[in-house]
Ligand binder design. Structure first.
Ligand code: F6R
Length: 608
């Protein structure tokens, strides 16, 4: 939520800010703005709308500033208007602030500041920071000290950057709960909400911890504690991603590129972890960790759906009782963590605030905690006993696709590893499953080859208002995920149901205007699902069926048929999720919608 960038160095800063914001725009795109120190003056430009609006506002201006910061907004407090865009400034227009997070006590602070004569121009929580800074600086504080004393007055989650006319060549950043990363370049320092924005300048990064303050200036960087102000050091780590990963590479959208990357993601996530001959799954990450007696998974959104598949796999392959909770619910319950429980937080970004809070709760209740994340440098990763890094690579499209795939593969590996270690799986069964798992990448390639079928079917959905997705067993979460993909990027109301539940209420919704998408792989539940699909035909719903390509019975009942390569039911979620991603993609694209940046969404949800 919200993207932040700050730079001090020899380059002209405006292009650095604009390019940085372009890479961070997936975090929010309601408005964009920048503050720079131009020839001794603080210049602030901000516009509602996407980054393009800011670019248009500064077009033709020849700025020479080399210190500055930028912000792309996902609105929380205050409507989407120019005045509510960041940066926010103090009464004199001499101090600028950008912020990601929510200041919970802003109203009290604002009232107090207004009483002292401060004039507010925005409806945001952030503006109080600029005025509190003004109070401190007017009282003689240095930029660093002013930022610390200001931050100590704030409740809630924040990462903010300050820049002031009186302190040229310096930016101070403070983090509590909202993510912020420092990029350590050669003779230049860059701060960003997320690593991809920094990769063009450096691969040496330091993720800020909660309670860190960092100052960047022409000499380098220095860390201080928010609590007591003492100075300390943090060592940079090197990230491997290259900047090209943040380009579309010929695809119309990042989402489409990321869908097509999935066969490689599967191979990369399996690489070095599975011996095809013996079926042995070796997970270095879990070395020294006993196989748990119970597992409690916390996650949100798409990661929650992957976790639902994970529960099925852990119970089926390792016979370990597993519960899955939305992190946003778990954190406000009184969960029971028994001895021998392993907590697993599943999060692509590693920064989802509810998932982080749920993991902390699990840990405080005595569970060993594992992170399944795509971001080894993330907060969730840092706070876990074990981190399983999914190898999805950088995911830019707001709708999660390849990271979901990598999470599924992670669960297959973990379930197989636990099942082998606790004696649930014998050598023969293990070898069989290993060979199934390693064949999935190729099967996904086959599905992607006929993406055109999904494009054609999607045309029928442009005018549809409601859709129902059904699956059963291990594919019930795939129905949930298919529906989520459709609603978040095409704005069609879509619901996923366990196929057997249809007749307990949702069937009342069905008629010739409500298409049903049925997931019907060969397997133990085939006949049950088949009958459930018949029930929808009887209500005149157009029926899209995903089934084995040779399945004549499925073809016979389908209005539209999506032929799938043969696969065992247990492994079908991997390949059956692909057509559903493509259906959503082509529907949204055909409707002319902004696939990579759907309205109201943000890739990393760092507010509650
Ligand atoms: C949907 C989507 C979201 C995320 C959710 C959790 O396509 O991307 O539902 O899955 O916000 O995010 P992470 O996995 O980063 O915790």
């Amino acid at each position: 939520m919200c993207g932040i960038i700050g730079y001090v160095g020899p380059r002209k800063v405006v292009p650095v800010i604009i390019e940085g914001l372009r890479k961070l725009e997936y975090r929010g795109y309601d408005s964009a703005g920048m503050a720079i120190l131009e020839k001794g003056e603080l210049v602030v430009v901000k516009k509602r709308g996407k980054l393009k609006a800011l670019e248009e506002a500064i077009e033709g201006k020849e700025y020479t500033a080399t210190t500055g910061m930028g912000h792309t907004r996902w609105a929380t407090h205050g409507r989407v208007e120019d005045r509510n865009a960041h940066p926010h400034v103090d009464c004199k227009g001499a101090i600028a602030v950008i912020h990601n997070g929510i200041i919970e006590n802003y109203q009290v602070l604002r009232d107090g500041l207004i009483e002292k004569g401060h004039v507010f121009v925005s409806e945001t929580d952030t503006e109080v920071i600029a005025h509190l800074m003004e109070e401190q600086i007017d009282a003689g504080a240095d930029l660093l000290d002013a930022a610390r004393k200001t931050a100590l007055q704030l409740d809630g989650a924040f990462a903010f950057l300050v820049l002031a006319k009186a302190f040229p060549g310096r930016i101070v950043a403070v983090r509590r709960l909202s993510p912020l990363v420092l990029g350590v370049g050669v003779g230049e320092m860059i701060l960003g909400s997320d690593t991809p924005a920094l990769l063009e300048y450096t691969h040496r990064i330091i993720p800020l911890h909660d309670g860190d303050i960092v100052e960047i200036n022409d000499k380098g960087y220095a860390f201080y504690s928010l609590e007591d102000g003492h100075a300390f050091d943090r060592t940079p780590m090197t990230v491997q991603w290259n900047a090209a990963a943040a380009e579309k590479q010929g695809y119309k959208h990042f989402m489409l590129k990321e869908i097509h990357e999935q066969p490689v993601v599967i191979r990369d996530t399996l690489y070095g972890r599975i011996d095809i001959e013996s079926g042995h799954v070796e997970l270095e990450e879990f070395q020294g960790q006993p196989v748990p007696d119970h597992i409690s998974i916390v996650a949100a959104g798409t990661s929650y759906h992957a976790s639902r598949v994970g529960k099925y796999l852990l119970e089926e392959l390792a016979r370990i009782p597993t519960e899955v909770s939305f992190s946003s619910e778990y954190r406000y319950q009184r969960p029971i963590v028994r001895p021998g429980t392993m907590g697993i937080a599943v999060t692509q970004s590693g920064e989802t605030i509810d998932t982080l809070a749920a993991l902390r709760l699990q840990r405080s209740l005595g569970a060993k905690v594992v992170a399944i994340t795509n971001r080894p440098e993330s907060t969730v990763s840092r706070e876990s006993d074990v981190t399983f890094v999914t190898q999805a690579g950088l995911e830019i499209g707001v709708a999660a696709t390849k990271s979901f795939m990598a999470q599924l593969i992670a669960f297959y590996l973990i379930a197989l590893n636990f099942g082998q270690r606790n004696g649930t799986l014998d050598a023969e069964t293990s070898a069989h499953y290993a060979s199934q798992l390693s064949s999935l990448s190729q099967k996904c390639e086959q599905v992607l080859e006929y993406a055109g079928i999904m494009e054609t079917i999607a045309r029928k959905f442009y005018k549809v208002h409601d859709m129902i997705y059904v699956g059963r067993g291990v594919n019930y979460p795939i129905a949930l995920e298919g529906a989520l993909k459709m609603k978040e990027i095409s704005y069609i109301h879509a619901e996923g149901y366990a196929a057997g539940e249809l007749k307990h209420g949702p069937i009342a919704l069905l008629d010739e205007d409500v298409p049903v998408v049925g997931i019907l792989p060969k397997g133990a539940l085939y006949e049950k699902i088949y009958s459930n699909l018949q029930e929808s035909i009887a209500r005149d719903s157009p029926l899209v069926v995903l089934a084995d390509r040779k399945d004549k019975r499925a073809q016979a009942i389908a209005t539209d048929f999506i032929p799938m390569p043969p696969v065992e039911e247990l492994f079908s979620p991997v390949i059956y999720s692909l057509p559903l991603q493509l259906l959503a993609y082509y529907t949204a694209d055909g409707k002319g919608l902004d696939v990579d940046q759907p309205r109201n969404l943000a890739k990393s949800v760092t507010v509650e």
